[in-house]
Ligand binder design. Structure first.
Ligand SMILES: [Mn+2]
Length: 399
């Protein structure tokens, strides 16, 4: 039996106002071809199907267009909700999709609903399709609890939750090969800029030990950089299929192929996804950046996206004008400048408040902005509680 593990598609995502629709379309073409050629039996999508809780019509269309192409195949599809997804939105067509061999678990339900047994060619596997768990799925908060209490209680509740998931496996599916899906932050994983600020419940990250070494493979989503969290216990983040921020520009994106034989793990392979678009960064004086950009070549099917940081000695209108003219001049047909900054050295050195002067507001998350705002209130005593409330608001609003 062949299982493919992917996550964090973020359909509808924009990168500095540029649509990533074509990138995903090329990924879906490639994925479909791979599933057909390799005769994949099960496709797992571990959360963050959409970038927004309320996806655009174009995002829905891209999702359904791809699912439609999977229907003729002899393939089981299992999709879980991530922190970016609205469980209600994902679940709306779940009953219809189930008749087409596509199981969607948008939000936490009963363990019975989330355990999906698959029997094929004498192999027995079971998928515990656990979506992103919100605080309300895990416990009832107590009005009097402090920030530290809250984190500790949330972590303890997660441990209990996964312990119950494992117990459910041991009680009802013990003979089957056990794959656990999850959408959460595990301690020690390497982050990139495109994951939303780590949320309450996952705030400090859970320990690998939480999985108790029981699942035969743990198919995680949430972190966009592909990585192996534990080779011994087969705990993996497959990462997003396309780079979603400039901090991922060096990542080799992948899907994971899990082969099961005689109800045992035969192998886990990382399957590299072709690069459809390059993200590149250039830094230096304007003339240095100009030269590098003019010489830039690239063979990927889509235009490269470039971020440029021009650093000049002195602030002057001429410098600003030359910079702006260059940025808007379309200097190389192989790339598009999507993010540009001009920084003056004399200001960098003298700046005491560099956050305000040399930070692009597009790089600041709402949470960082709120933290900065709190710094301006030295007499405020309940900052941690305010931060927590702010995080909860962000989560509630899906921001
Ligand atoms: Mn994600």
């Amino acid at each position: 039996m062949k299982i493919l593990h992917t996550s964090d598609w973020h359909i509808g995502k924009q990168l500095y106002k540029q649509e990533l629709h074509e990138d995903l379309l090329l990924f879906f073409d490639w994925l479909l071809q791979y599933i057909v050629t390799e005769k994949i039996d099960v496709l797992l999508v571990s959360g963050d199907v959409f970038d927004h809780a309320n996806p655009s019509q174009a995002a829905f269309k891209q999702y359904y267009d791809f699912l439609k192409r999977l229907i003729p195949l002899d393939l089981q599809v299992i999709i879980t909700g991530g922190n970016h997804d609205s469980s209600a939105v994902l679940n709306a067509p779940a009953e219809l999709l189930r008749t087409l061999n596509i199981t969607v678990i948008g939000g936490a339900g009963s363990l019975d609903e989330m355990f999906i047994p698959i029997n094929k060619n004498g192999e027995r596997i079971v998928i515990a399709a656990i979506p992103y768990l919100r605080d309300k799925d895990l416990r009832k908060p107590d009005a009097g609890e402090t920030y530290t209490d809250k984190i500790e209680l949330a972590k303890a509740a997660l441990r209990t939750y996964f312990s119950e998931v494992n117990a459910h496996y041991s009680t009802y599916h013990k003979e089957a090969f056990y794959v656990l899906m999850g959408h959460l932050y595990v301690q020690g994983s390497q982050l990139s800029d495109s994951e939303r600020d780590i949320q309450i419940g996952n705030l400090a990250g859970v320990e690998v030990a939480m999985f108790e070494g029981i699942p035969h493979y743990v198919a995680l989503g949430h972190i966009h950089k592909p990585q192996v969290i534990s080779a011994k216990h087969q705990i993996h983040y497959c990462g997003s299929p396309i780079p979603l921020s400039f901090s991922e520009k060096e990542d080799r994106k992948q899907v994971n192929l899990i082969e099961v034989e005689n109800n045992r793990l035969k192998s886990v392979k990382k399957i590299e996804i072709p690069t459809f678009r390059k993200l590149v960064s250039f830094e230096g004086t304007l003339s240095e950046v100009k030269e590098k950009i003019t010489q830039y070549t690239d063979e990927t099917p889509l235009l490269s996206f470039a971020e440029i940081k021009v650093i000049e000695e002195q602030e002057s209108i001429e410098n600003r004008y030359a910079f702006e003219t260059f940025v808007t001049s379309n200097p190389n047909e192989k790339l598009q400048i999507v993010k540009s900054r001009l920084i003056y050295k004399n200001l960098v050195e003298g700046a005491s408040h560099h956050f305000a002067k040399n930070t692009d507001v597009a790089d600041v998350t709402p949470l960082q902005m709120f933290e900065k705002r709190l710094e301006l209130e030295p007499d405020l005593e309940n900052k941690e509680a305010l931060l927590l409330a702010f995080r909860e608001l962000l989560e509630e609003l899906g921001l």
